[in-house]
Design a protein around this ligand. Sequence first.
Ligand code: COA
Length: 165
Amino acid sequence: MRRVLPDSADLPPAISSTRVRRAAGSDLDDLVALEQRSFSTDRLSRAQYRRHLDSDSAVVLIATDSHRQLLGSAVLFFRKRSSVARLYSLATRQEARGHGVGAALLVATIDASRQRGCQAMRLEVRSDNSAAIGLYERAGFQRIGRYESYYEDGADALRYELTLA
Ligand SMILES: CC(C)(COP(=O)(O)OP(=O)(O)OC[C@H]1O[C@@H](n2cnc3c(N)ncnc32)[C@H](O)[C@@H]1OP(=O)(O)O)[C@@H](O)C(=O)NCCC(=O)NCCS
């Protein structure tokens, strides 16, 4: 996964209720805005999001609050003839973090991978991203390797896998 932008300190209060659904074309503006606020490298472009929304080999999920405002998103990729799903991206709006949005999205990606018949999910995460690593490990992901100097700034990536069988 990509390099993450730092948290901002002066943010509005967090949101309480969360619903997860597949993203639609009408969510494109929100998805691109969240992408730009969350990641500083390897951002998915609007055109890429549009393609993924229409693709059989991707699932884009969003979490919304009771006012249908975007709280977070997840991007999951599948490959033909592979039983391994790849969690490419998971992001929660800064002001909504720490309230279970990321966990709700992660559970939904696990469900989507199972429904697709996948036997495992894999992902890469920066070795210094303690929030994401904690979330993945609590969900049962196991560390399966490390890519050294994987990111532009020289940070390592940790590889994780969740067995779904
Ligand atoms: C990683 C991220 C998606 C987590 O989203 P979130 O909505 O805050 O996650 P949750 O509220 O579901 O928290 C999940 C767990 O992570 C823990 N957590 C959340 N923020 C944390 C932090 N800053 N440091 C350590 N743990 C943290 C929570 O305590 C929670 O654990 P619990 O279930 O035992 O209480 C979010 O921090 C984010 O968008 N970060 C920027 C993008 C990113 O790094 N994406 C992942 C790699 S691509």
